[in-house]
Design a protein around this ligand. Structure first.
Ligand code: ADP
Length: 357
């Protein structure tokens, strides 16, 4: 069965065609629906199955799902109700369904991996009603990435750091997510390219009430003008911030220090959540390529058995271990393979759903 995987990220569209001759690529895009349209025109011939990465909504269906119009409506309604998280991938799915009307389209959810979070990890300490009546809880994201880099290490205690434009960290026991740093939206947790990550909710009141900023301005500040960009004033792109820091830019240096410290703090917290740590994995553009961040994020974690071999860290490429031989905890760099999980899930669900081929 020829299968196309569409993975719409915040700044790129990744596609992978599993057919006789595999075809894959990444399109940098601001107009993702336009990019999908262009890709559809380039496909060699009829695709039978399309696996789509969908950020949130797993709980609506309890599994990956063969999409029909009513599912799309449910997903759009949920997206509208869930605040500041953008759901550009739903537009891409609509374009793909229109262009490939005979194909079976399966939604595979990024939040699915976090279905195993225990209640104490997914509940916020808000009035109970906020959870029960309004659905305010931690969902967690980047699940496909965390799952793909950690499954080789089950049943050990794994902490997975996905450091890309967005960034999150996940505690995994026996192959199951038990805590993760993104929450109700993709805004919580680590400092990111342009997202603030954790901030005291009281800061939001200050922005709204004392500074009198409009809610949309505050949302835009926290999602688009914070993180590495906000602190450094240079860029949301790590490479540019690192370049500026190397040239002596003080705030760029501070931004990177904050970034690394936040990762380190979460590694410690998740080692506590797991009762110890056996494997630490770095993935995502920054996790895979920045030895400086991996060094900063693991500094002083020797008490957890985490050390990084300087030469291995500097030379790391592709999937490799960067901890010294015999270290108590293994530290790995591993490219994520979200497409593998999406294709596996799409095939499984398509085969299990009557009326699809
Ligand atoms: P996305 O979350 O959109 O999929 P990526 O996982 O590709 O993004 O991560 C993008 C981030 O990775 C950017 O901040 C970019 O600067 C950083 N990055 C990419 N390549 C390198 C590199 N060689 N060294 C350091 N950072 C890198």
């Amino acid at each position: 069965m020829s299968l196309l995987v569409l993975n719409s990220g915040s700044s790129s569209l990744k596609y992978h065609l599993f057919d006789g001759v595999p075809l894959s690529g990444v399109i940098d895009t601001r107009d993702s629906a336009g990019a999908v349209r262009e890709l559809m025109e380039r496909l060699p011939h009829g695709v039978e199955l399309v696996g789509h990465r969908v950020v949130n909504g797993y709980h609506l269906f309890g599994d990956a799902v063969v999409l029909d119009d009513s599912h799309m409506t449910q997903l759009r309604d949920f997206a509208r109700s869930s605040g500041i998280t953008t759901h550009y991938e739903l537009d891409n799915i609509a374009v793909a369904r229109q262009a490939l009307p005979r194909a079976t389209h399966v939604a595979v959810f990024d939040s699915a991996f976090h279905r195993t979070l225990p209640r104490e990890a997914f509940l916020y300490a808000l009035p109970w009603d906020q959870y029960e009546a309004h659905g305010i809880r931690r969902w967690g994201f980047h699940g496909l990435s965390h799952e793909s880099v950690s499954e080789a290490f089950a049943p050990r205690r794994v902490v997975s750091c996905h450091l890309g434009n967005g960034a999150s960290i996940c505690a995994i026991r026996d192959g199951m997510s038990v805590d993760t740093s993104m929450g109700f939206t993709t805004l919580e947790g680590l400092a990111m390219g342009s997202r603030a990550g954790d901030v005291d909710a009281g800061v939001v009141f200050d922005l709204l009430i004392r500074q009198g900023l409009a809610p949309t301005v505050v949302a835009e500040m926290l999602t688009k003008r914070s993180g590495l960009l906000g602190l450094s004033g240079v860029s949301a792109d790590f490479r540019e911030v690192a370049r500026a820091a190397a040239e002596g830019h003080e705030r760029a240096r501070i931004a990177i220090a904050v970034y690394c410290y936040r990762v380190r703090k979460y590694i410690g917290a998740y080692a506590a959540a797991l009762g110890g740590i056996d494997v630490l994995v770095f993935t995502g553009g920054i996790g895979e390529h920045s030895g400086e961040v991996r060094r900063g994020a693991t500094a002083e974690l020797g008490f957890l058995g985490i050390t990084v071999d300087a030469a291995r860290n500097a030379a790391a490429e592709g999937r490799c271990r960067i901890s010294p031989d015999g270290a108590k905890a293994e530290v790995w760099v591993a490219p994520a393979n979200e497409e593998r999980i999406i294709s596996r899930e799409a095939r499984r669900v398509a085969l299990a759903t009557p009326g699809t081929s």
